[in-house]
Design a protein around this ligand. Sequence first.
Ligand code: ZN
Length: 367
Amino acid sequence: MTTRRRTLIGMGALAANALSLGQAPQARATEGAESGPANDESRTATADFPLARAIDVHAHYITPTYRQALIDAGLDQPDGMSAIPAWSVDGALELMDSTGIAAALLSVSSPGFAVGDHHTARALVRQVNEEGAALVKANPTRFGLLASLPLPDADAAVEEVAHVFDVLKADGISLETNYEGTYLGDPSFRPVLAELNERQAVVHLHPTSPACWEATALGRARPMIEFLFDTTRTVTQLILDRVVENYPDIRFIVPHAGAALPVLADRIAAFALTESTPPVDVIGALKRLHYDVAGFALPRALPALLHLVDTERLLYGSDYPFTAEAAVKALGVRLAATDVLTAQQRQRVLSGNAARLFPRLADGGNS
Ligand SMILES: [Zn+2]
């Protein structure tokens, strides 16, 4: 077992104990499904766990192709973590069944496709997108796909946008917070953003290491604080460079309860007054974004975010398998127990808000 996995399981277990996670999740309705093919008919999500009927907008898939490409590129300890976590279709469905998660939007996590030259990366993006689409086709009510793009090659990325939406029928796009040190508000990425705006795409942002991590990460795994700062950095650029304003039909999802944005929002807004005339409406732009609650949103981050945005902007995210099963369950228990959400608001966060972004997956795919 990896050090990081041990750590997260430990944290999850501590949180679970503190909240008296006593009851075992109900057995799945169809035991024995493990040995058969993973498909919609053989599995049913648990109905009474705190995450019942949740739509998970922040879940990852790691196909054998992608895992081997990371290993071949020397990225078997991604972003300073001790290993690439295990992942399989059956394992993902097991977690969803045991926690009640109805559907998960699958995306590739960091380090994305920084695996060689742009030609190699482009081919791998295409193949892993195709593999993701095949997973969705086999499990259409349980999985969706947030496809990857071969940035920073903007021309290739525009072509991939057409392929993933027109051919693969992807549910949205996943973008890393930077590509080789270029952030998402950079003018070179505008053709891609224009295309995503035209298609009214849902775009989930995913943190990755900043280009300067050797100097700033203090020798620690970058997901601990660098990921949060990189999210804050790219969203700040998207807002101050008026991408959010000029491409209003992109539905952006900011991960990890908005990272540092809730506590920096007023400061960014104040500096914006000095940058341009008329000044960018920073708070207004932040209120138009969506936010997933993956990771450690409670007890502190979510209350801060709720000072910034309404609950209809919040979405559930597990970050599985990079967040271990015990920590996923612990967040579910905390979301059920917190007094910062009413029962109605909690259900919106778990599924109602995501159903508007991903209507195909609403109500177990039966809508
Ligand atoms: Zn993630």
